[in-house]
Design a protein around this ligand. Structure first.
Ligand SMILES: Nc1ncnc2c1ncn2[C@@H]1O[C@H](COP(=O)(O)OP(=O)(O)OP(=O)(O)O)[C@@H](O)[C@H]1O
Length: 586
């Protein structure tokens, strides 16, 4: 109990959202109550009607009114139930859409810390399974419990209007199913349920790991061991499930007996209260029958509360991941000194290897000044892309530091998209309008700004000629546009993003030589005031940069302006001559 209260107090994922869409919440409780009320009223009027019909009616109105009411409540019950389901799902879907966005941002911003501290399967579990469970927490535990409690109190008040002694008796007997049974369920089944959730979570994580490392299992000839492991987990889960369903059967049986006992109490109460005259006896059946529809609302409290442990695990995991991501945010907040507009990038004694295998970069020192245009050359596998990954903070050095204006890259992850944009080999075009594709660079960009960047990248005439201009749909991968045009769209997006550093990862590799040169020209002209770091295999367009570095044998083997290298490095001169107008890899 203490743990539960502690979790509720610290939770930032589930309970704070109960303050959102309050009117809808009240409506859910009201509709839930009306569903049970209509069911009880249906039985009440039917009970009265059956009894009354057994007597000789003085006039038709004596049975006509109960008939109309029976029909009204009969229609009311499914209608209210349907409306309650509709409204509660609507509320939950609204909240879950907020969750999904929040979770996306959490994983996106805290990528490094979240992935470093959690396994892939654990992250997938949160993204998929946990959100689904929280949906269920609202729908299966929270709402039914509140509605059940409201009904419990109203039944006692209803009887209390006539006789407080019986109201107390009803309160006590129904309390067995409303309060005692949920507590016992929590105590007996709670630990089992929690264990089951943990096992399922672990299974999810293990399965993901196994699938990702399937090749290794097969190569090591240990597939049977892999199957056995999963099978053991399944067996353990099934064992717990079977014990739980056994317990639930007994608990539901107990719930039914409690309702039976409540019916007996109500019968005694109604007989005492109304059994003295020939008309009054009609109320006996009415009161007794009315309790049965309440059974559903009252017994679901046990089911709902008993499921709490399975949600507890998910809520804990979400909050834990939130905390990890927040640490990352705080780290970046503490160390950041506002927006970086004039960046100076430094690689200081950087050593890097993938998974502790051989070094890809060794003692790398490099300074890139604000506004500098730097080309990075090197043979395939030399480590050019690795250098970019380190700069972006997608990989961390084994030792040494990478800083922008003395701030470590790892502390700038939250602001990364404000500082660095990337133009890579395959421009990402989505199946949406031209405007939406461009606005991925800046969601707030006005149409005027869009036309402005389109002009800069020489696409203005093309977009004007499209049937719906900016609203023209683009197909996935932009198939209606040429490779050069797609890169220009991507460049327009980068211009809208307006970052001081732009990383070019062979953006023109797929283009023909003439288009390549014109696209490169546009890139360097439009981004003339930015720091550009360009990874390339070709020397086409090398004249646009201020400096060139060659990466070879884990180090920078040549460095200088293109003109300097032409005179001091015969190899560079030879490569340039070979590449002159041709596509020859270095
Ligand atoms: N995720 C990874 N895990 C393990 N090793 C990797 C990983 N990515 C790259 N490598 C290795 O690191 C070295 C440098 O790779 P990198 O991609 O940086 O080279 P590159 O110069 O960009 O090559 P290319 O020009 O072919 O793209 C290579 O030996 C490569 O096999």
């Amino acid at each position: 109990m203490h743990k539960m209260l502690e979790l509720i107090k610290k939770d930032t994922w589930v309970f704070p959202y109960l303050k959102s869409y309050k009117k809808l919440l009240v409506l859910i409780i009201f509709l839930g109550f009306m569903t049970t009320f209509s069911g009880a009223a249906l039985m009440f009027t039917s009970g009265f009607l059956i009894s009354r019909s057994a007597q000789i009616p003085e006039n038709i109105l004596m049975v006509y009114v109960p008939i109309v009411l029976t029909r009204a409540f009969g229609i009311g019950r499914p209608t209210f139930r349907y409306a309650e389901r509709l409204v509660s799902h609507n509320w939950v879907l609204k909240i879950v859409s907020v969750f999904r966005r929040r979770l996306y941002e959490l994983v996106e911003v805290g990528t490094k810390s979240v992935y470093a501290k959690s396994q892939t399967g654990e992250v997938l579990n949160v993204l998929d399974n946990d959100l689904f469970k929280i949906e269920n927490f609202y729908l299966r535990t929270l709402f039914p419990t509140v509605i059940g409690l409201v009904i419990y109190v109203l039944i006692a008040i209803g009887v209390g209007i006539f006789n407080w002694g019986f109201a107390l008796a009803i309160l006590l007997i129904l309390g067995m199913t409303v309060i005692v049974a949920p507590m016992v369920t929590l105590a007996v089944n709670g630990a089992r349920d929690f264990k089951q959730q943990q096992l399922e979570g672990q299974l999810y994580t293990d399965l993901t790991d196994s699938v990702m490392g399937l090749q290794d299992w097969i190569l090591a000839g240990r597939t049977q061991e892999l199957f056995d492991r999963q099978q053991n987990d399944f067996d353990a889960i099934n064992k717990i499930k079977s014990k739980q369903s056994h317990f639930n059967w007994w608990r539901d049986m107990f719930g039914a007996l409690v309702i039976g006992a409540a019916a007996v109490i109500l019968m005694i109460f109604a007989t005492r209260q109304f059994g003295n005259d020939s008309f009054g006896v009609n109320w006996i059946a009415a009161f007794v029958l009315a309790i049965f529809p309440a059974e559903d609302a009252l017994t679901t409290i046990s089911t709902g509360v008993g499921e709490w442990p399975r949600y507890q695990d998910s809520i804990q995991r979400l909050n834990k991941m939130d905390a990890q991501s927040k640490q990352e945010w705080q780290k970046s907040d503490e160390q950041s000194t506002g927006l970086i507009t004039e960046p100076e990038i430094k690689f200081n004694q950087v050593n890097f290897s993938y998974n502790d295998s051989k070094l890809v970069l060794e003692n790398l020192n490099l300074t890139i000044k604000n506004g500098q245009k730097l080309a990075i050359l090197g043979q395939s596998g030399a480590g050019k892309t690795t250098l970019l990954k380190l700069l972006l903070g997608d990989e961390y050095p084994d030792s040494g530091a990478i800083t922008i204006n003395d701030h470590n890259i790892s502390s700038l992850q939250q602001q990364r998209s404000d500082i660095i944009s990337v133009l890579d080999q395959q421009p990402h075009i989505f199946a949406s309008s031209v405007a939406n594709n461009l606005r991925l660079g800046n969601l707030k960009a006005t149409d005027e700004q869009l036309w402005d960047v389109l002009k800069q990248v020489s696409l203005i005439d093309l977009v004007r000629s499209l049937p719906e201009g900016l609203d023209t749909p683009m197909t996935e991968m932009g198939s209606r546009f040429s490779g050069g045009e797609q890169q220009r769209f991507a460049l327009a997006r980068v211009l809208l993003q307006d970052t001081p550093i732009v990383v070019l990862d062979e953006p023109t590799v797929a283009l023909d030589p003439i288009t390549e040169l014109t696209v490169l020209k546009t890139i360097f002209e439009t981004l003339s005031d930015r720091t550009i770091i360009w990874v390339t295999h070709h020397l086409t367009g090398i004249e646009f940069v201020d400096d060139v570095i060659f990466i070879e044998n884990k180090k920078i083997s040549m460095q200088g302006t293109p003109e300097q290298l032409m005179t001091t490095e015969p190899r560079f001169k030879r490569l340039l001559q070979m590449d002159h107008g041709n596509l020859i890899d270095i």
